[in-house]
Design a protein around this ligand. Sequence first.
Ligand code: AMP
Length: 372
Amino acid sequence: MKTILPGQTIGIIGGGQLGRMMGLAAKEAGFKIAVLDPTMDSPCGQIADIRIVAPYNDEAALEELAEVSDVITYEFENIDYEGLKRLTEIAYVPQGAELVRITQNRIAEKGEIRASGAPVANYVAAKSFDELKKEIEKVGFPCIVKTAFGGYDGKGQVKLDSIDDLENAEPLFAHSDCIAEAFVPFKTEISAIIQRNPAGDSYCLPIAENIHKHHILHESIVPARVAPAVIEKAEEAAKKIADHLNLVGTLAVEMFVLENDEIVINELAPRPHNSGHYSIEACSVSQFHQHVRAVCGWPLRKPKLWAPSIMVNVLGEHVVPLKKIITNYPDWSVHLYGKAEAKEKRKMGHVTIMTDDIEKTLEEIDSTSIWA
Ligand code: AMP
């Protein structure tokens, strides 16, 4: 266990917006940032002190990152597990590689969540379509079949309403093993972002309520509009999982809330999360500052919510209309990540609005028609 101090260098694998916001938080305190990303002009590359431009699994590039960094972290989970594991032998990687191995594979992830004692939907794992056919009755219908590897934002999954739909799941096996899990008739989706340091101290950010559009996060509302008992269950489940995994750094725990206020864990992300961006303005410590504190071996700060907040994502198609109206909304904090090309559905930025009237602010967002 080490304490990393300002003036030392934090290496980040991945140059996306999460790396950029992590890097900006670290630079405020005087840390230096090194980033490994295949592109020169990545969102994090733009703010980094040292850029290593190479694929994430490039051995020489990882060695170079190890040489220039006093501590190494990552900003997304689809990095090469073997590369990260090698890195743990030649550099200080307090998060280790295990969490990435687990969260890259839905089967391993569900198994670990279950082992932690947190609730998951009933599921079966299948290596082949034939195995799925044999096992599916254990889950029943409706259910969702998901590829074990590589799916995100709703990609790599198929909903089956009855046995007649079974054939629709066959193409998924061309990608990887799959899991079939019971469809959860949730009323709300929420997320807990828990952060833990090597000493084992942890805090959850205030629980966010998440609204998706086309499987992509659209809005996060904080505090989540759920009963206090749900918040308690969410924090308790996140802590169980974090302790079970011996977490260092950040873990986002996405959950469903049922009509009866029970919760079911959907999935994990071993990094700062889109649903925690509101914390930059709205909390006494942002998820990015806290992540830096955790990986640098600093004591964590208890997150305090300054005001209820809404975060709304800015995708490619929202950038131009947002720029047209933004000067009319002095209370909107605009973040754009410096991505050159505003492709449709690509996450380009977000807006956070602190408010004392969530419903009115939701209406205000809708009234712009940008996110219609
Ligand atoms: P995922 O890729 O697992 O995050 O799933 C993307 C979205 O699909 C979730 O945010 C839910 O809206 C929906 N979804 C995933 N799994 C389930 C499930 N078991 N029951 C109901 N909806 C689900």
